[in-house]
Ligand binder design. Structure first.
Ligand code: ARG
Length: 414
């Protein structure tokens, strides 16, 4: 599929337009007709490619056959990795310590694209297929009004929840072309930065995820018996080469995803707190994201001073929350990101990772900006540290404690 495939059928005079976030799946295919009929709007179907698995057919042509006034495919893969996934990486952002925000961070980019199309086309509405129970509705709605407060939102799955069977029946009645995939018990979302899975057997948090849950990673028990090593080179906090080969972001993530995935790295099983207050059991597969964040954090350990690392941790936490909670377009995100970007200036160098049966471990790191000084740290020959200087430092460092102890002792004798 090419960038920005587009077709235009003119439209009915005087009819308002809606830009529909369209995936080609059952919900949004049915939504094209449903929105036309219920709201009397012309539908512009926009599909944003952030690396989700492609459909077996041409979803743009099908949207037009199903009655869309226009249908457009936007290739946003480079922008997704360079502007959004790298923000997660530089922030070492892992929601609740485990989830590298793969779905969450794609949403603001989708919002941006949808609003751009709406502005260009003079559409008054944006529609999406989110339900009323998840985080994504919040990310879409809040993002959209933060970019253009005049836009109104239509969410058919939230306003009129329907079952899969009802949708298939509606499609049959109206002659809507749909691709009916084999029914899956799971709800999935996937892009270049990772995939998520919920529902079905996963709704029992005690039940081990059945094998069918995992799609992009090898079972660690069956992964190769010999470890695989990768070297990742970073410049200013972002990866630029893999095993010595310079690569663009998308290419690097795709390549690393395969390598880490075949070693069973990046499986996550999590009971997650959604923004709207519901706890939900989800699994994720994020081989490249997990490997990159582990490597990146380690390179920061080599190249950043202790205070910077510690202070950055609090802002990483903030950044993670901002992205998860759908506040990408807030002033605070730009301000926090400016700090994080500043810290990345010296985060350059190479990290060596060992991938083995589900684990990824840092086994080496080097950098021209390394703050590690072997003369200072060695216990062997070549020690440059003046051991006696520690005495004065310790005297001052311990002074408040010494003073307090003296006062306590004086008072306890009274
Ligand atoms: N719980 C994750 C999040 O909120 C994943 C959501 C997946 N979304 C979906 N529509 N299946 O970021």
């Amino acid at each position: 599929m090419t960038n920005k495939e587009c077709s235009d059928k003119g439209g009915r005079k005087g009819r308002d337009k809606v830009v529909l976030a369209y995936s080609g799946g059952l919900d949004t295919s049915v939504a094209i007709r449903w929105i036309q009929e219920e709201y009397d709007l012309d539908v512009i179907a926009v599909s944003i490619d952030v690396g989700q698995p492609p459909s077996q057919d041409d979803i743009i042509a099908r949207a037009l056959r199903n009655g869309a006034l226009k249908a457009e495919l936007i290739d946003a893969k480079d922008e997704f990795i360079n502007e959004y996934a790298w923000a997660v990486l530089k922030s070492n952002a892992m929601y609740q310590g485990v989830y590298p925000l793969s779905t969450a961070v794609a949403r603001p980019l989708m919002v941006k694209k949808l609003v751009e199309v709406a502005n260009r086309e003079g559409a008054k509405y944006i529609a999406h297929g989110c339900t009323g129970k998840g985080n994504d509705q919040v990310r879409f709605d809040v993002g959209i009004v933060s970019l253009n407060p005049d836009l109104k939102i239509i969410a058919p799955m939230r306003d009129h929840p329907t079952t899969r069977e009802q949708e298939i029946e509606y499609a049959r009645e109206k002659g809507i072309e749909i691709i009916v995939k084999k029914e899956s018990p799971y709800s999935r979302d996937e892009n270049l930065w990772g995939s998520s899975c919920e529902c079905g057997a996963l709704e029992d948090p005690w039940a081990e995820p059945p094998a069918g849950v995992w799609q992009n990673t090898a079972d660690p028990e069956k992964a190769p018996e010999t470890p695989e090593y990768v070297e990742i080179e970073f410049e200013k906090g972002v990866p630029v080469a893999l095993n010595g080969k310079k690569m663009k972001g998308v290419e690097l993530v795709e390549a690393l995803d395969k390598i880490a995935g075949r070693n069973g790295v990046g499986r996550i099983d999590h009971v997650e707190d959604r923004l709207i207050g519901i706890k939900s059991r989800e699994t994720y597969e994020c081989p490249a994201a997990v490997t990159l964040i582990t490597a990146h954090r380690s390179l920061e350990g080599l190249t950043l001073p202790r205070d910077t690392i510690e202070f950055k941790r609090t802002l990483e936490q903030k950044m993670c929350q901002i992205i998860y909670d759908g506040l990408w377009f807030d002033t605070l995100r730009g301000a926090v990101m400016a700090f994080i970007d500043k810290t990345q200036e010296t985060v350059c160098g190479t990290v060596r990772m060992k991938l083995y049966k589900g684990s990824c471990t840092v086994v080496g790191r080097k950098s021209d900006n390394s703050l590690y000084d072997v003369g200072l740290s060695t216990y062997a020959e070549g020690d440059t540290f003046d051991h006696r200087s520690a005495v004065g430092f310790i005297y001052c460092w311990g002074l408040p404690g010494r003073t307090s102890a003296g006062v306590r002792r004086k008072n306890s004798k009274k």
